[in-house]
Design a protein around this ligand. Structure first.
Ligand code: DGP
Length: 114
């Protein structure tokens, strides 16, 4: 399912260009245009899912795939430590209403996040 008005659906459908790092039938990973770390990759389901809040058991395959792909990319990028973040809702910093994981690495990370 796609949302014709969704930026990340357009990136998944190649209507909008992006620097794709990895792709499978279910998931696309591409570099963030506003990187917050030396490695900053976004991983999205190709189907439109608004956020982690909307995930159901039926999304098990895509959830497994997105985390497996994140681990592969982290390994390919030579990251021995990294952070995976997903913002849910504008109050938490979600600016694009299509589920995405931020894969961040290549610098030291503090906790808690701001
Ligand atoms: P969030 O704030 O959690 O919704 O993250 C959205 C991210 O998407 C943010 O880090 C910037 C990135 N972004 C926004 N527009 C584009 C775009 O057109 N292309 C790419 N590659 N990244 C984008």
């Amino acid at each position: 399912m796609k949302d014709p008005d969704c930026l990340f659906c357009k990136i998944a459908g190649k209507e909008v260009d992006s620097d794709v790092v990895s792709e499978s039938d279910l998931v696309v990973a591409f570099r963030d245009t506003n990187p917050a770390a030396p490695t900053h990759v976004l991983l999205i389901p190709k189907d439109h899912i608004v956020s982690a809040r909307e995930l159901k058991r039926e999304h098990g395959d895509v959830v497994a795939e997105i985390f497996e792909m994140a681990a592969r990319i982290a390994s390919d990028e030579g990251l021995d430590a990294y952070r995976i973040v997903t913002n849910v809702g504008p109050g938490a910093g979600q600016s694009v209403s299509h589920l995405h994981l931020h894969l961040l690495g290549g610098r030291s990370m503090s906790w808690p996040p701001g």
